[in-house]
Design a protein around this ligand. Sequence first.
Ligand code: A2P
Length: 360
Amino acid sequence: MTSARTQPTQPDRTTHPTLAIVGVTGAVGQEFLRVLDQRSFPMGGLKLLASARSAGKTAEFRGKTLTIEELTEDSFAGVDIALFSAGGSISKKYAQAAIDAGAVVVDNSSAFRMTDGVPLVVPEVNADAITAANIGLGEGQVPGVIANPNCSTIIMLLAVTPIHRAVGVKRLVVSTYQAASGAGAAAMAELEQQTREVLEGRQPTCDIFPQQYAFNLFSHNSPVQPNGYNQEELKMVHETHKIWGEQGDNKTGITATCIRVPVMRAHAESINLTLDKPLSEDEAHKLLADAPGVSLIDDRENNRFPTPLDASHVDDVFVGRIRHDLSQPEGYGLDLFVCGDQVRKGAALNAVQIAELLVK
Ligand code: A2P
């Protein structure tokens, strides 16, 4: 009896794309693996990329051991979606190679966020910014880049967009309390090391940040511009305008102060809003309770509100301290306190949600 050998069928690239993770050894890169697995992302293949330092190391994914390869311009053959999280200079250097190989790049860095024609996407807010045309999936077009916004911007917009859509935000004042994770795996390790050193009465090692981080806080480490704002603060302003589709005189007034605090991995934000139309506290509560990706912790009686630990390793952004701003006319001013996992919703989860929008 002869048996007919069936050819293994190739997975359909539109329903089961092949993914590459650029920067897989980093804090966000590692989270990509967890999020892809937890969300059962349909996948035809997975390529793990990092620097030459990591080439040959392995990582586990869905019960398989995968070998990490050095990122080169030839890394993207057969890749349909490339998730980049190795910093802006790597994105600038290698995104085109991925695009030339036929991949859509979902970029976690700031390299292309403000580039005209590049969608800047928080799926709960502006999934419609991704069109077949602007990422080149239309007939005869080449794939391009979709940018993942700044982590503090994403976390803020999950809480503020439902209010903006309902009554209009005229002015937004935000102060952040940002975790070590935003500066990468090495910064997280430095915070841990410094904490130990200070408790043991030793001089803290300052390799990543120029000043002591443990038992301290300081203005965000991004470069300060001539106008006195640091780059992180300006990202929150400009990216929000782009995501909300605001231009010219119609832009919401936004100002930000960004601070690095000795917390391991979730950012907190104090947000003050001036509204176009009045909104009661109850209405604000209801809007936020119904908002996708948002959970409330707002227990005045027990003084229990969101903390970075509540938000760590969790998908949702937590909101509490929902209250009228006493300095503004009744109903026209609102205060919020928000916590969100910077590595997860602020980076890896948001990028994977974008990738999900690309899969049929
Ligand atoms: P590697 O571990 O091999 O240096 P984080 O933001 O947590 O610090 O992570 C940065 C990520 O970017 C890491 O995965 C790191 O890989 C990767 N990376 C840094 N430089 C390069 C490079 N030249 N080529 C490829 N990946 C890089």
